[in-house]
Design a protein around this ligand. Sequence first.
Ligand code: ZN
Length: 225
Amino acid sequence: MSPAGSISAVSARVSAARSADAKVASPFEGPVQTLVDELGRLPGIGPKSAQRIAFFLLKSAPDDAKRLARAIVEAKERVSWCRRCFNFAEGELCVYCRDDRRDSALLCVVEEPRDIVAVERTQEYRGRYHVLLGAISPIEGIGPDQLKIKELLARVNDEGVQEVILATNPNIEGEATAMYLARLLKPLGLRVTRIASGLPVGGDLEYADEVTLGRALEGRREVDA
Ligand code: ZN
């Protein structure tokens, strides 16, 4: 047998063993298996967690399980995207777009609605938001046209925005998106800023990786004294 032949024989045996594993991993039938499968499709939930949650639900009181089911159905029926900023909204506008006390001159651009929650937790920001619903990622085939960038430019024109804070994630996709937006926004004559990235509070310099420490040096600022 040629070496290539033996490799394909091995890989055939491996895939046969894998499909046998897959069969062993799905020993349930009917509604139980459906529940395990559906839970397993949730982000961050592997097959074991899916089984554990399914068993928990099956053992729980009927009212508890129904409350969860109702919450999912109700959220899907009543919540959609904010017409202005693409945060989650019940109705036309989200809670931040409806709030007149927020500063319309400041616009914080984030990738996902969950990032708004993170910024709000700081209690440092009183401006408005714009959610891109993703980041530029050539690997995943996501280009600028799939994001809410056109809508961002329209808002900058219409709403008297003076500063755009680019708060996309400090990873490759987030940085690429921030660079792309900066190139579009700067010629419009407004202030374009990027959130600083640096060291975690309570951390030690000696444990910081060189990229993070480099960023922290780059984003240094005057000490208030
Ligand atoms: Zn909104």
